[in-house]
Design a protein around this ligand. Sequence first.
Ligand SMILES: [Zn+2]
Length: 237
Amino acid sequence: MSWLLLAATLLGLSMFSLFTIGSTINPKNSVQQKASILKDVAEVDSWELILVNSKNVVPRDFTVDLIPFQNTRVDSRIADSLQKMIDSAKDEGITLSVCSGFRSVSEQDKLYKAKCLIYTTAGYSDENSKNLTSKYLQMGGASEHHTGLAVDLLTDNVTDLDEGFAKTPAYTWLEENAAKYGFIERYPKDKSQITGIDWEPWHYRYVGEKNAEAIKSKNLCLEEYLQDMYSKPKGFG
Ligand SMILES: [Zn+2]
C-alpha cells in the first residue's frame, strides 16, 4: 500500500514539475514573440486595427472616405493594396472580383431584415430567425463592411458567397498571398467561436501588411490579435 502511495506521490510530483516547467517556458516565449512582433506593427489606435463586431458596433454617423472600386466602394486608403492584390493574382492566372465592399448602417439594416424575413416566412420564430441570420449577416452597426476595410471576393465559376469559394484556386492563392497586401481571412473556420461568425472564406479584411503577416504567422483572428498583443480591442467603445 505504502509503495502505491509513494508511486502516486512521485507521479504527482513529476506531473506538477511538467506543468510548472510548461507554464514558465510558454509565457516567456510568448512575451518575447509579442515584443518582436509589436516592434514591427502599427499602434493599436491605427485605423487599420478597428474592430467591428456585435460587441463593438460603429456609431450610426460613422463616416469614411470612400472611393469607387469595381461595382462597390472601399476606404480610399486600401484601394491601392486591393488593386495590387487583384493584379498580382491575375498575373498568376487567378481572377478575383470584389462583389461587396462598403455598406452603410441603413443598408445593412435592410439586408438583415430581408434575410430574417426569409426565415420567419419559412416558419421559424423571430428569435431563431435572428440567430440563423446572424451566422453570416450582422445587424446594422455590427458589420465590418461599414468600415470600408472589408471586401467579399468571388472568382471564376463562383457566383455565390458560400463555402464553395474555399475549393477554388483563388482561395488557395489568398491563403498564401493575401497578407503580403495587408489582408486577412477575417472569419477563419477554426475561429468561429471567437469571432461569433461562421466560416466566411470569401471575406477579407485590410489590417496593414505587418499586422496581416503577424496574424497569419501566429494563426490568430483579429479579436485574438488585439487581445493577445494589446490587451484591448480597438472598437468604438
Ligand atoms: Zn463580407
